[in-house]
Design a protein around this ligand. Structure first.
Ligand code: F6R
Length: 606
């Protein structure tokens, strides 16, 4: 979603900002813009890609102070006017804003009654108006920010510049802002990625902080007054720039990075000799793990699908109830929270607002939450203060692939850890540990020759909609496959546990309709075989993902075989053909694989 980069220093701002905008592109956006402070603000903004903005810029945009933004539309359509930065009425203040001002319409009407006219339909522009009013009355930039934010409801990460003051002022409430002090000036970003090439020492603003940087250096205060409690941290895992290398798209690159990403996730956390597993960030003793009454997991989209797999693994290996929840629904169900229970928030970006809201609900009711997060120092990682980094490395493609695998792997390791503290036998754990450690090599082997994906794609391309079926762990792989194909190809996809098919989705079946079935060689395979027969009896054509050498392949119109693995590790193999199928179908449809329409990489609004 929206991204921010701001600079105040001794170097030319425009190249730093444009470079930063490029590094924010992966978040998903529909327009981009920047403002450079000189004798007036030089504002350039437009819909479309950062490259288009860049090529429309004049050869020189002199100035060492500037702000820039990638916008993902919430209030107001995708237009040049609605792109950020926004200026105050007299063009003496420029702002970029991430988040949503929920009461913007009321404030706008109030300002209009005072004679204000607005240039955009955005909620953000009211901030520029209020700021400018306040500085015009003689307030300092920081006090003006306080005044501008008074009575605003919603979320914000704001950077503001002032023509009459040599200061960059930032404020955070719910939308992250990260400050990096370099030897040539201050860089502010909405996530650590664009900062990585400049510094690994960063300050992450807390909600309610206001920061100001000018000639006197950096000062961070609280909105209500007093000093902020935030302090500099070192980013442990500097991702640097994720280059495409020889790959045509980030998604393909990330699919092929899965073996190494998994090795990083597993490394040092599993002992195949003893069968013991340990996630360092969990800080829970075996004694504590024995007392856990149940486990709850939270996530959205792909993270939810991984959590659903984690739920089954934990219940299976630790013999305690586990349940995965849709984060966006959680707090609205007025959930009963048992402070003794274990809660996991699963999130690649660590910035998903729905999951953050669910974490806060649990914490409010006395519960502890552990993060299963990819982005180090992200809001969820810091809010939870404990948990696991999944070490996938940067995931740039909007459609999540390698983060899914590492979420599943991290939750498998946790299931083993709690399982061993309870009643999982060393023998069973050793076999599973060995199985998990072999997975990266098996993925490499599969990806070297992924089978008849193009035959499956040819069937998918003809389909008005697709049904995905699976059972047990594979029911969630089917969900993940459906999500991937749907978000990349815009073909409506429905995923169902195979046994549920006859209770409704069977009505969709007709001559030639493709059905994607995920059926590795596990305890429920024969049951899935029955569903395949029911589909075929109604003329459906089967795209089957199965285990190498399985006779079930003969039942399929297209059978994609994946290497045999421990049945509990099967999602890590069976998801691969579905990721490739989604990727290649999108390519065949000439769609933007890395940036599907309307989607954002980190969903920072509710
Ligand atoms: C799908 C996808 C989304 C995310 C979801 C949660 O490919 O990427 O469904 O999984 O928005 O995002 P995170 O994991 O960042 O919380």
């Amino acid at each position: 979603m929206c991204g921010i980069i701001a600079y105040h220093g001794r170097r030319q701002a425009a190249p730093i900002l444009v470079n930063g905008l490029r590094r924010l592109e992966y978040r998903g956006y529909d327009s981009a813009g920047l403002a450079i402070r000189g004798a007036a603000f030089d504002v350039r903004k437009r819909t479309g890609k950062v490259a288009e903005l860049e090529s429309s810029l004049p050869a020189k945009m002199p100035g060492t102070i500037g702000i820039a933004h990638t916008r993902w539309a919430t209030h107001g359509g995708v237009t040049d006017e609605n792109a950020h930065p926004h200026l105050g009425p007299e063009q003496r203040v420029a702002i970029v804003h991430n988040g949503i001002i929920e009461n913007a319409s009321r404030i706008r009407r109030h300002l209009e009654r005072q004679g204000a006219t607005f240039r955009s339909e955005t909620d953000s522009e009211v901030i520029a108006h209020r700021l400018e009013q306040a500085v015009a009355k003689g307030q300092t930039p920081v006090d003006a920010m306080r005044t501008a934010l008074k009575g605003l409801r919603g979320t914000w990460g704001i950077c503001a510049l002032f023509l009459d003051h040599d200061e960059l002022v930032c404020a955070r409430n719910g939308s992250p802002l990260v400050l990096g002090e370099t030897e040539h000036g201050l860089i502010v970003t909405s996530d650590p990625q664009p900062l990585a090439e400049h510094t690994d020492r960063v300050i992450i603003l807390e909600d309610g902080d206001i920061a100001a940087f000018g000639k006197g250096g950096l000062a961070i205060e609280r909105l209500e007054g007093g000093q902020s409690g935030t302090s500099p941290i070192t980013l442990e895992e500097s991702w640097g720039e994720a280059e495409l290398g020889d790959y045509p798209h980030y998604m393909l690159k990330e699919i092929y990075e899965q073996p190494d990403a998994l090795r990083h996730c597993i490394s040092g956390r599993l002992n195949a000799k003893t069968g013991n597993a340990r996630l360092g960030g969990m800080h829970l003793t075996a004694k504590q793990l024995r007392k856990v009454p149940h486990v709850r997991l939270l996530g959205c989209g792909t993270a939810l699908n991984a959590a659903l797999i984690g739920q089954q693994l934990i219940e299976r290996l630790a013999r305690i109830p586990a349940v995965a929840h849709v984060s966006s629904e959680f707090r609205y169900q007025d959930p009963v929270v048992n402070p003794e229970a274990l809660h996991f928030a699963v999130s690649q970006s660590g910035e998903t607002m729905d999951t953050i809201a669910a974490i806060k609900e649990i914490q409010l009711k006395g519960g502890d939450v552990h993060g299963v997060v990819n982005v180090v120092g992200s809001t969820i990682a810091r809010l939870c203060g404990q948990g696991v980094y999944m070490h996938s490395g940067p995931e740039q493609s909007v459609a999540s692939t390698k983060a899914f695998s590492n979420m599943v792997a991290a939750l498998t390791i946790f299931a083993m850890q709690i399982g061993r503290a309870r009643q999982l036998s060393a023998n069973e754990a050793r076999v599973l540990a060995k199985g998990l450690q072999e997975v990266p090599d098996l993925i490499e082997r599969y990806l070297a020759d992924p089978g008849p994906i193009d035959d499956a794609v040819a069937m998918v391309l003809e389909a008005p909609s697709l049904l995905f079926l699976g059972r047990g762990l594979s029911a969630n792989v089917a969900k993940e496959g459906a999500l991937k194909v749907m978000e990349l190809t815009y073909i409506p996809c429905l995923a169902y546990p195979a046994g549920e098919m006859k209770h409704g989705p069977i009505a969709l079946l007709e001559e030639g309709r493709p059905v994607v079935v995920v059926a590795p060689d596990d305890a429920v395979k024969d049951k899935v075989a029955s569903a395949i027969h029911e589909c075929k009896a109604r003329g459906a054509r089967i795209i089957l993902v199965c285990t190498e050498g399985d006779e079930l392949a003969q039942e399929a119109d297209v059978a994609i075989e994946v290497p045999r693995t421990h049945p509990l590790c099967s999602p890590l193999l069976t998801v691969l053909p579905l990721q490739l199928m989604a990727y290649r179908t999108a390519l065949a449809l000439d769609l933007d694989v890395d940036r599907p329409r309307n989607l954002a990489k980190s969903v920072t609004v509710e």
